[in-house]
Design a binder for this molecule. Structure first.
Ligand SMILES: [Zn+2]
Ligand SMILES: [Zn+2]
Length: 166
């Protein structure tokens, strides 16, 4: 496999595996390269996965001479910048050939807010409240079941005839 270079700093990206997905992180600018579908896969694992990844890596140095054109670390084709979820202020770079996505440091953390907004639009507040209620009820039931179990066990121990001492 040929080495993958950061589209900004032109240094080698370091492969990092999180939750079974291997991403390529730039040790200098903390930008992350996601191969096609890796961004979606990680986001599908949990809502906080991407923002957490974003705060896991911190930039060490900023590129003092960034290239005017960013190239795909895999295909070396120029990347095309686009807006995440079309309307957000998050700008990502994608490669039209391999479908990979380059995310500058800081953009993943912005995603948290954008995804929250997107979810808020999808789920009406009443439905959310119902889900919360159902969760609380399930928890109460679990606690009650646990209490019943211990009480039952305790009764059983007490009721058990003592063994005669010899
Ligand atoms: Zn870099
Ligand atoms: Zn590519």
């Amino acid at each position: 496999m040929r080495e993958r270079l950061c589209p900004v700093c032109q240094i080698e990206l370091k492969p990092q595996t999180h939750l079974g997905v291997t991403i390529d992180v730039c040790p200098a600018c903390a930008g992350i390269w996601f191969d096609t579908d890796e961004l979606t896969r990680l986001n599908g694992i949990g809502d906080d996965v991407l923002p957490r990844l974003g705060s896991m890596y911190q930039p060490q140095v900023t590129a003092y001479d960034p290239p005017w054109e960013r190239k795909c670390p895999v295909c070396h084709e120029p990347l095309r910048s686009y807006r995440y979820l079309y309307t957000s202020d998050i700008e990502l770079d994608t490669c039209d050939r391999c479908g990979g996505v380059w995310v500058d440091h800081g953009e993943l953390r912005k995603m948290e807010r954008v995804l929250e907004d997107a979810r808020a639009m999808e789920v009406p507040p009443e439905a959310k409240a119902q889900v919360a209620l159902a969760q609380i009820e399930a928890e109460i039931q679990q606690t009650t079941a646990k209490a019943e179990f211990w009480r039952g066990l305790f009764e059983f121990m007490r009721a058990r005839p003592r063994l005669p001492f010899t």
